[in-house]
Design a protein around this ligand. Structure first.
Ligand code: SF4
Length: 396
């Protein structure tokens, strides 16, 4: 079924299922006193994010969420900016390539999301929701997120999360119950909340993700969904009540060590699945991106066998997967040659790839349709052979 399209523009709220009194991030359950120290306050989190500079729109800095973030990094220099979209020292500056990872570690941006749009999707989710952030502290070599905001793209925290939650509440209310099952979900409208960030990293910085998880826990017709490559145990302290789907992204560990810079090891993502399920999340997997290189089928077989060996039955019983073949980008390829050329040995394979002009005019490359069709069929066969319990929701 194709997802029903509704307007994504400003809502009048006339048909909202939930009043504004229901949208109170401050009342979301928080870790209790016996929960121990939060992961986000520990050394592993600090290795990923050790913030020294915060570029901030004044209104964002003055908001409750903005003040929360500033209080987490009291020693950071705060630099006022007119817009989180136009920061000359940060965005669109290819000279930053040498400092690519350092900027992601040491810099944050605070901004307000001005335009709240929910777009139809139909593959990974029914809808792409406005997210809690844009940008990422990790640095996967194939990541599409920096393409929209320039190159070095550290996390921008959207401080007006209450507007996002109000927008989603109205969107869900306008849709009503899901009329028929589809591969996204048999019952719930699925909203991807992590299109332009990794929510597990965002949760190191602010309570935006917690607020979204708790909002969806109260919306019986809808479910949040996000992919992640980072294990953040603080999310286990939330109360998703089955209304948030975590999709752990997986690829063979040798590919991940080369390409998934700064992410949690693949083995730890798999090992976390049972804990997230027990905490009330639905747990799916993204087998993505599938990168074709010599020996790829053998290594995906080993990965699937490892999943079969270590995942508990309760995870397997509810699991499903997306399979996504690599899409790359010419500009990103040229940029990567400046900081991580070994990644390009496997990502850039002109013999197997074809160009495709993207919506913003840049050139993406994807595997030729015959190559891709063969590889998708091969992945399906590998899953059937080594992890037959893993339902493939879609593959492309
Ligand atoms: S984790 Fe996701 S958002 Fe972050 S760099 Fe990797 S692909 Fe991009």
């Amino acid at each position: 079924m194709r997802a029903q399209q509704t307007g994504g523009g400003p809502d009048d709220g006339a048909d909202a299922l939930f009043g504004l009194e229901d949208i109170d991030p401050g009342r979301a359950p928080r870790p209790q006193g016996n929960a121990g120290p939060l992961f986000r306050d520990g050394p592993a989190a600090r290795r990923l994010l050790s913030v020294g500079t915060i570029f901030a729109e004044p209104a964002a800095a003055a908001s409750p969420r903005g003040r929360q973030v500033l209080a987490r990094y009291p020693d950071a220099e705060v630099v006022p900016v007119d817009s989180h979209w136009r920061i000359p020292d940060l965005h669109g500056n290819e000279q930053n390539v040498d400092r690519w990872v350092r900027i992601k570690t040491e810099t944050l941006v605070l901004g307000e999301k001005k335009t709240l749009t929910t777009r139809p999707n139909g593959r990974s989710a029914d809808w792409i929701a406005p997210g809690p952030a844009n940008g990422c502290a990790m640095a996967c070599a194939y990541c599409y997120v920096p393409r929209r905001k320039g190159y070095a793209n550290p996390v921008t925290v959207f401080t007006n999360i209450e507007r996002t939650i109000a927008h989603l509440s109205r969107h869900i209310a306008r849709l009503g119950p899901k009329p028929e099952a589809n591969q996204c979900d048999p019952l719930a409208w699925v909203y991807d909340i992590g299109e332009n960030s990794d929510c597990c990293v965002d949760a190191l910085i602010s309570d935006n993700v917690a607020d979204l998880v708790h909002a969806f826990a109260r919306w019986p017709a809808a479910k949040a969904s996000f992919a992640t490559k980072f294990v953040n145990p603080d999310l286990l302290l939330l109360e998703p009540r089955g209304r948030t789907r975590v999709r752990f992204s997986l690829m063979p560990p040798s590919d991940s060590r080369l390409l998934d810079i700064r992410t949690s090891p693949v083995e730890s993502r798999i090992a976390a699945a049972g804990d997230f399920l027990d905490a009330g999340y639905e747990v799916h997997f993204n087998l993505s991106p599938v990168v074709l290189r010599p020996g790829w089928e053998r290594d995906w077989s080993l990965l699937l066998r490892h999943m079969d060996d270590v995942l508990p039955a309760r995870v397997k019983d509810q699991a499903a997967a997306e399979v996504i073949m690599l899409t790359h980008n010419k500009d990103l390829h040229e940029l990567n040659l400046g900081w991580h050329p070994r990644a390009e040995d496997v990502l850039w394979q002109p013999r197997l790839q074809e160009p495709k002009r993207s919506q913003n005019g840049s050139w993406n490359v994807r595997y030729r349709s015959d190559v891709k069709a063969g590889a998708v069929a091969a992945v399906r066969e590998l899953v059937a052979a080594h992890a037959p319990w893993l339902r493939i929701r879609y593959a492309f």
